[in-house]
Design a protein around this ligand. Structure first.
Ligand code: M6R
Length: 638
C-alpha cells in the first residue's frame, strides 16, 4: 500500500515522478504529493484524491528540479486530505519524507520530541522531525565501544558535518513497525536516502540517474535491471551511484535481478480498463504458467513434471506429511483449489488458512510440514509473516507468486512463479487463474514425488492442461452474453454465489469480485450450507449464481438450485456442455462453458464469466473498475 518513487539526476524529474506515480497508483489513491529539492529549500505540492488532482495542481504551480520524490497514499492514520498526504516536512521545511507502512511507536516518538507542533495526523510525519533533529545535533567525532546504534550511526559522518544517511540510520534504529522510507534534504539536494523494513523498496541506476520505487512498475520505463533493498538495509542514491549499508553502517548487498517484462505489458493496450485487458490475457498467461514443465530427466527416460524454480529436491517431498496453504483474498481462493489438487494427487492432508489468522495462533508445524504461501504480489505482509512463522518452526516454505524477486519469493525455500505478467487492476483476475494452475502443478508434482501418480498419468494430465488456454478463449467469447446478463441484474440488492467441490472457491471468488468493484452486497456459501441458515436471506428478487458444471456433485447442485428458486430467487447457473441441458428447467439463465479438459482445471474456466459479469455490472453502475474505493492492490500493512 502506498507508492513511492524518487528520482535524482534527471532533468524534469517531476515529470518522471508523476509518470512513476501513475504506474504505482494501484497501491493507493486517496491522495498524492511530490517534493523537489534545491539548496534554497524544498518545494512541495500535495492533494487529496486521485493523482489527477495533483497533476492539475502542478500545472498551476510547475516544479522544475533534477531531484524529486513522490508518493501516492492509502490512508492508515488520518483521513485522506491535503494535510495528511505525503511528503511530510520537518518544521523547518529542510527535510521531507515519504513512507509506506506503519510506525507503531509514533506516539511515543512524538512525545519524546517534546512540545512540537505536527502538521498532520499521520504516523509518518514524526520521522521527518526526528531526521531534522539528528541533522541539527552536533555529531561525535568517534563513537565509543559502548555507543548506542544511534550514536554509532552518527559516528560515520564526519564530525560536525550533517550526513543524511547517518541521520536516517540513527532514526530508523528508533522506529518500530514497518517502513519503506525515502528522505530528501535541502542541504543535500542531489541525494535520496532510503530505508526498508517489512515494506518493499526497489533501487535502480541508469544513465546517470538514480531511482527508488515501491515497485518495478514505476521503473520499467527507465530500466529492467533493479535491486530490491532487504530488511534492515539503507541506501544513499545519487546521480553518481548507489551506496547500500546495513543498520550498523557496514556495506551491504541488495538483491539484484532483471525484470522479465517490459513497459508495453504494463499499458492498457487499447482496452478501457486494465481489468478487462487482464481478463483477456488469461489464455496467454495460463499458457506461460504451463510452459516447459514436462521434460525427460535424461535421454531415454519418461518425461516428468519438472518445477526447476522450486530449488527443493523432489526427494524432500517424500517426508512431508501435512501441508498448510497460506494466502489472503483471491489468492486464498486459489489455495482452496490447491487443497483439492494436493489431496487428490499427493494424498497429503491440506489446511488452507487465512494468513493473518495463521500467524497469531499456534499451528502444529514441524519440518515435515510443507507450507505453500500464495501471493500475486509477493508483498502481502500477512502472507510473508505467516510464512516466516512457519519457517521459524523449520517447515519448508514454497512461495507461489507472480512477482520475481518479491519478498515472499526471496524469503522462501522454494518458489514457483506464475509468469502472468504484471497485473495492474486492483481486482485480481489473471493472477488468480495462473495461481490455480500453479496449485495444480504443485499437487501433481507432490503426487509424482511421492510415487502416487505414474509418469504416463502426469504426461496425460499435463497434455489436458495444455488445452486450457483454448478453452479459455471459448469462454471469453461469451462476453456478449455476460454483458446482457449484467444489464439484467446490475441493480439487484443482494447476490449469493453457491458451489460445491471445485465450484466453491469459484463461488467465493465470484462474490469477492462483485463486491470489490461494484459495491453490491454479495456472499458465497457452500451450496449444501444454504439450508443451515443463509437460505433465510432468500426472497423474491434475490439473485443466486450457481456453479453447476457436470461432475460428481452436479445432482446435489440441482437440488440446491431448486431450493433457492422455490423461495423466489432468480438463478443464474454456470454450467458446462455436459450439464446445461439439465439446468435449463431449473434456472432463469444458463451459461454454457466448454467441458474442462480435466475436472480440477474447471475452476480456471468457470471463474472467467464471473470476472466478466462483475466487470460489466461495475461499469454499468459507473464505478471505477481499476481503482475501487477503499482498496489497494498490494497490502503491505496488517
Ligand atoms: O498480492 P496478494 O495475492 O497477496 O494479494 C492478496 C489480496 O489482497 C488480493 O488477492 C485481493 O483480495 C484482490 N484485490 C482481489 O481481487
Amino acid at each position: 500500500m502506498c507508492g513511492i518513487i524518487g528520482i535524482t539526476g534527471q532533468a524534469a524529474a517531476v515529470d518522471g515522478v508523476v509518470s512513476g506515480l501513475r504506474r504505482l497508483e494501484y497501491r493507493g489513491y486517496d491522495s498524492a504529493g511530490v517534493v523537489t529539492t534545491d539548496p534554497k529549500g524544498l518545494r512541495l505540492v500535495k492533494r487529496a484524491g486521485k493523482l489527477d488532482n495533483l497533476t492539475a495542481a502542478l500545472e498551476g504551480q510547475p516544479l522544475s528540479a533534477s531531484t524529486a520524490l513522490g508518493h501516492t497514499r492509502w490512508a492508515t492514520h488520518g483521513e485522506p486530505n491535503d494535510r495528511n498526504a505525503h511528503p511530510h516536512l520537518d518544521p523547518s521545511g529542510r527535510v521531507a519524507i515519504v513512507h509506506n507502512g506503519i510506525i507503531e511507536n509514533y506516539q511515543t516518538l512524538k512525545a519524546e520530541l517534546g512540545d512540537v507542533r505536527f502538521a498532520s495526523e499521520t504516523d509518518s510525519e514524526v520521522v521527518a522531525h526526528l531526521i531534522a533533529e539528528e541533522l541539527a545535533a552536533p555529531a561525535p567525532a568517534t563513537a565509543p565501544a559502548t555507543a548506542t546504534a544511534a550514536e554509532r550511526a552518527m559516528s560515520t559522518a564526519e564530525a560536525g558535518t550533517p550526513d543524511l544517511l547517518a541521520a536516517v540510520r540513527a532514526v530508523v534504529a528508533r522506529l518500530e513497525g514497518a517502513y519503506a522510507l525515502c528522505v530528501v534534504a535541502a542541504d543535500d539536494p542531489e541525494t535520496l536516502v532510503v530505508a526498508k523494513h517489512e515494506a518493499p523498496l526497489i533501487l535502480a541506476q541508469a544513465d546517470g540517474v538514480g531511482y527508488c520505487a515501491s515497485d518495478v512498475a514505476a521503473l520499467i520505463e527507465h530500466t529492467n535491471e533493479v535491486a530490491a533493498l532487504l530488511d534492515g538495509q539503507l541506501a544513499r542514491i545519487t546521480p553518481d551511484g548507489v551506496e547500500v549499508v546495513d543498520v550498523d553502517g557496514a556495506p551491504a548487498t541488495p538483491h539484484a535481478y532483471t525484470v522479465d517484462w517490459d513497459l508495453a505489458a504494463a499499458e492498457k493496450q487499447g482496452y478501457d480498463h486494465f481489468m478487462l485487458k487482464e481478463i483477456h490475457e488469461q489464455p496467454q498467461a495460463v499458457a506461460d504458467t504451463l510452459l516447459d514443465r514436462l521434460n525427460a530427466p535424461a535421454p531415454g527416460l519418461p518425461p516428468r513434471l519438472q518445477l526447476d524454480e522450486l530449488r527443493i529436491d523432489e526427494g524432500e517431498f517424500s517426508r512431508i506429511d501435512k501441508v498448510f496453504i497460506l494466502a489472503c483474498g483471491t489468492s486464498l481462493h486459489a489455495g482452496m483449489v490447491g487443497k483439492l489438487a494436493i489431496e487428490h494427487w499427493a494424498g497429503i492432508p491440506v489446511d488452507v488458512e487465512v494468513a493473518s489468522e495463521f500467524r497469531y495462533r499456534d499451528p502444529i508445524v514441524d519440518p515435515h510440514t510443507l507450507v505453500i504461501a500464495i501471493s500475486q504480489s509477493g508483498e502481502t505482509i500477512d502472507t510473508i509473516a505467516g510464512a516466516a512463522h512457519a519457517r521459524d518452526q523449520r517447515a519448508p516454505v514454497i512461495a507461489l507468486t507472480n512477482v520475481v524477486g518479491s519478498t515472499l519469493a526471496r524469503d522462501a525455500d522454494g518458489v514457483l512463479y506464475t509468469h502472468a505478467g504484471p497485473e495492474v487492476a486492483v481486482a485480481s483476475t489473471k493472477a488468480f487463474t495462473t495461481q490455480i494452475v500453479g496449485c495444480l502443478l504443485l499437487g501433481l508434482y507432490l503426487g509424482q514425488a511421492r510415487g502416487r501418480v505414474y509418469s504416463s498419468e502426469v504426461a496425460d494430465i499435463l497434455e489436458r492442461f495444455d488445452r486450457v488456454p483454448d478453452a479459455l478463449r471459448e469462454v471469453l467469447a461469451l462476453d456478449g452474453q455476460l454483458r446482457e446478463l449484467a444489464q439484467r441484474y446490475h441493480d439487484v440488492d443482494s447476490t449469493m454465489f453457491i458451489g460445491r467441490h471445485a465450484g466453491l472457491p469459484i463461488a467465493m471468488e465470484g462474490a469477492l469480485k462483485l463486491k470489490e468493484i461494484s459495491y453490491l452486497h454479495a456472499e458465497a456459501f457452500p451450496a449444501g450450507e444454504m439450508k443451515h441458515g443463509p437460505i433465510a436471506l432468500i426472497e423474491p428478487g434475490s439473485l443466486v449464481v450457481a456453479l453447476a458444471p457436470a461432475g460428481h456433485v452436479f445432482g446435489k447442485m440441482v437440488s440446491n438450485i431448486q431450493e433457492v428458486r422455490a423461495r423466489g430467487a432468480s438463478v443464474l447457473a454456470i454450467g458446462t456442455a455436459g450439464s446445461t441441458a439439465a439446468l435449463v428447467e431449473h434456472a432463469d439463465d444458463v451459461l454454457t462453458l466448454p467441458e474442462p479438459p480435466h475436472e480440477l482445471a474447471g475452476p480456471v474456466l468457470s471463474v472467467v464469466p464471473l470476472q466478466l459479469f462483475s466487470y460489466h455490472v461495475a461499469t454499468l453502475r459507473g464505478e471505477d473498475v481499476d481503482q475501487p474505493r477503499n482498496l489497494a492492490k498490494t497490502v503491505t500493512v496488517e
